[in-house]
Ligand binder design. Structure first.
Ligand code: NAD
Ligand code: IPM
Ligand code: MN
Length: 369
């Protein structure tokens, strides 16, 4: 059969809370729309470590290796100090991204009119915001060698990292971003710090060369990252596709989240290279982290995770109609006033994480009827 497999990994903090709701939504598609997918739950992080001594136990590794897609929650938090550094590195999300070669991280930012009030920006700035940050996810300063903390002969300490990109690493993520821009409004903005860093000089040279040789029809622009941060706040609607390196993409996406009303709204897809049949390793997760300040309270916004399921339906499961249906259901729930605390208006009663899941499921039922 062509049954597909999704590994569901809640992880730590609010990860399991939001992923639980996204899982219900994915199950709705398997039960009500005959989506040929089986879900396999897998442990990751602190709980897994307490039970098995490993952050990624063998069963989780097996679920990951056998999966067509991974639905991931979040990792991190104060208690992870209890996990020895060695075990943590061995099982980190960064290591997972790297081992699956997930180089293209797509972080779409869309402003729903129902959430204009929730965002700290003015409505005239928010109107028409619809862009995607393509963040390089497998290289750069997150992984460059040498790295470390060392103590000199005089006892003074030094911490250091290396920002490094090969031409091929730049080309493959840039090629992805150019292709995406071509399928959208035809504009790509590349963000770097080429006025200071050699890794960025190379980044810009490769992007310019690729533009000339393969994508002359795409309108290419460049911004330094400090200006890009300012432009995202000044006029986020100017952007179509933005491509940038690992650390800049991390920072700019949290910044851009405020145009969507909350960090809790943003989904993401992390994709690896296409095989001969065009399939890619893929991990879907909200952009936010484990949110220790609200973990365990049942109040986190699950929409970033739920919208990550929509990205999965479109990019891995080959169901663009179901993806669009789910995005319409989220918009419908918001239009009917469903709000978790992070996007609620002052004085408005906020829904729990589970009640927001209920609201999306109710909208799915209505729209599918
Ligand atoms: P965070 O994204 O966890 O939280 C930042 C702020 O946004 C917090 O105030 C939090 O309450 C709020 N927030 C985040 N998601 C929310 C949601 N769904 N609904 C409502 N509010 C939400 O960032 P942080 O506090 O800097 O990091 C906490 C931990 O998470 C750290 O250990 C960090 O390394 C980790 N982290 C993991 C990931 C990931 O797993 N992909 C991403 C970012 C951070
Ligand atoms: C993200 C997170 C991660 C990152 C952390 C948890 C390592 O902030 O996915 O945005 O920096 O990539
Ligand atoms: Mn981040």
């Amino acid at each position: 059969t062509n049954m597909m497999r999704v590994a569901v990994i809640g992880g730590e903090g609010i990860g399991p809370e939001v992923t639980g709701q996204a899982r219900r939504v994915l199950s709705w598609f398997t039960e009500r729309r005959r989506l040929p997918v089986t879900l396999e739950d897998a442990e990751f992080g602190l709980e897994a470590y307490r039970r098995t001594g490993k952050v990624i136990p063998p069963e989780t590794r097996a679920a990951i290796d056998g999966a067509d897609a991974i639905l991931f929650g979040a990792t991190g938090g104060p208690e992870t100090a209890e996990v020895p550094a060695e075990a943590r590195r061995e099982g980190s999300l960064l290591k997972l991204r790297r081992s699956l070669d997930l180089y293209a991280n797509l972080r779409p930012i869309i402003t729903d009119p129902a959430l204009y009030e929730a965002a700290p920006l003015k409505e005239r700035v928010l109107r028409g915001v619809d862009f995607i940050i393509v963040r390089e996810l497998s290289s750069g300063i997150y992984f460059g060698e040498p790295r470390g903390i060392e103590t000199g002969p005089d006892g003074s300490r030094r911490g250091f990292n290396t920002n490094s990109y090969t031409a091929e690493e730049v080309r493959r993520v840039a090629r992805f971003a150019f292709g995406l821009a071509r399928s959208r409004r035809g504009r790509l903005c590349s963000v770097d710090k080429a006025n200071v860093m050699e890794a960025s000089v190379l980044w810009r040279e490769e992007v310019v060369a690729l533009h000339a040789s393969e994508f002359p029809d795409v309108a290419l622009s460049h911004l330094y990252v400090d200006n890009a941060a300012m432009q995202i706040v000044r006029d986020p609607a100017q952007f179509d596709v933005m491509v940038t390196d690992n650390i800049f993409g991390d920072i700019l996406s949290d910044c851009a989240a405020m145009a969507a009303g909350s960090l809790g709204m943003l989904p993401s897809a992390s994709l690896g290279p296409a095989d001969t049949r065009g399939r890619r390793q893929a991990l879907y997760e909200p952009v936010h982290g484990s949110a220790p300040d609200i973990a365990g309270k049942g109040i986190a916004n699950p929409l970033g995770s739920i919208l990550s399921v929509a990205m999965m339906l479109r990019l891995t499961l080959g169901q663009p109609d179901d993806a669009a249906l789910l995005e319409r259901a989220v918009a419908d729930a918001l239009a009917r006033g469903a709000r978790t605390a992070d996007i609620a208006e002052p004085g408005q009663a906020a829904l729990s994480t589970a009640a927001m899941g209920d609201a999306v499921l109710a909208s799915l039922e209505r729209l599918a009827a």
